[in-house]
Design a protein. Structure first.
Length: 347
């Protein structure tokens, strides 16, 4: 299977730079796999499309303000992108431009936070750094950090209005524990009112946590797709959610996953344990056609980048030809693409 098979051309103006004014007003393309039908709806219609014969599982991870801008003593501007905490205030990060730093370089972010370069890591351009600060680091990050938007969303970091918008809207309304460097974007369309309406219909709702890593931004570089290796991402399933899923499956209910991160969490757990059980683990699962889904039946997901592992995952669920037919129709109908864009419901 070749990477070029998952390519398509997207007009640049269809890449959403801002969210819709109201979360639920995003457009939603409905892909019915049974009759090969494509319908055009809005996300608020999801209440009519999910009934009490389904359960809904969402990823409640929270995006941390992981993008920092600081200066060397020479005045050179440096970007530090936090990826993963190690210990003793040491973090795995990306640095740009990396050619301007070396071991021992100090980057001053603010009066209360500096970053000391410890050493380069062998893993694809990553560095190990020490965070120098007093007080709670997360509180400091909320004061001086920026939401780590994907590179295709262009931002003037000095614009405080946009910064506030991203802090609010590049986060799901049910986000709980900070640990992600990207949002599980399929969940951005949900509002408390929609979740309440689904609950009132008898749709049971559960949550998993997968902390989204930098791998979500990274392109597949090998032409032979099978040679690609996924970045490891930690996840957790509570006993409450495990029991909900297992009970629903025994009753013959369908599982609607919100986002590809939820899919990978559940399918990884089944692969590792032969069932869904309460656990803390990590996923490196790469889902591509053909793949037999063990847990997930339906999926709410945004429109994904060409040649991405996410596009391969949805192709595995809906069929590659059907997905590319849908993407062609989405482009013709000027759907908004990617993180702040519209979504599809594969059912």
């Amino acid at each position: 299977m070749l990477l070029s098979e998952f390519d398509y051309n997207l007009p640049e103006e269809l890449i959403a730079q801002k969210p819709t004014e109201k979360r639920q007003d995003s457009r939603m393309m409905v892909l019915n796999r049974e009759n090969h039908q494509i319908l055009h709806k809005h996300f608020y219609d999801i209440v009519d499309l999910i009934n009490d014969d389904c359960i809904l599982i969402l990823n409640n991870t929270k995006v941390m303000p992981a993008r920092l801008y600081g200066y060397k003593d020479t005045g050179a501007k440096i970007e530090v992108f936090l990826l993963k905490e190690h210990s003793n205030n040491e973090w795995e990060v990306l640095i740009r431009p990396s050619k301007r730093v070396k071991e021992g370089t100090i980057i001053k972010v603010s009066e209360e936070l500096s970053v000391e370069i410890i050493k380069p890591l062998p893993d694809d351009g990553k560095w190990l750094v020490k965070m120098i600060h007093e007080g709670n680091l997360l509180d400091i990050l909320h004061r001086v950090g920026n939401i780590p938007l994907p590179p295709y969303i262009e931002r003037k970091m000095a614009d405080e209005d946009l910064r506030k918008l991203d802090f609010e809207r590049y986060q799901t309304v049910y986000a709980k524990d900070e640990g992600s460097v990207a949002a599980p974007t399929a969940g951005l369309h949900f509002t408390p009112e929609i979740l309440e309406k689904l609950s009132q219909k008898g749709v049971e709702i559960g949550y998993v946590t997968l902390n989204v890593g930098i791998g979500t931004f990274r392109p597949v570089k090998c032409e032979n797709v099978l040679e690609h290796k996924m970045d490891s991402e930690t996840f957790e399933i509570s006993e409450e959610t495990a029991n909900l899923i297992n009970k629903a499956k025994k009753e013959g209910k369908k599982l609607v996953a919100v986002g590809t991160t939820t899919v990978r969490t559940l399918e990884t757990a089944y692969q590792q344990f032969g069932e869904i059980k309460a656990c803390k683990s990590a996923s490196e699962l790469f889902i591509y056609p053909p793949y037999e889904f063990k847990v997930v039946d339906k999926l709410i997901t945004n429109f994904h980048l060409p040649k991405s592992t996410l596009l391969m995952l949805v192709s595995a669920l809906a069929g590659k030809d059907f997905i590319f037919e849908a993407y062609k129709e989405a482009i013709e109908n000027k759907y908004r693409f990617y993180s702040y864009g519209d979504c599809m419901f594969i059912c």
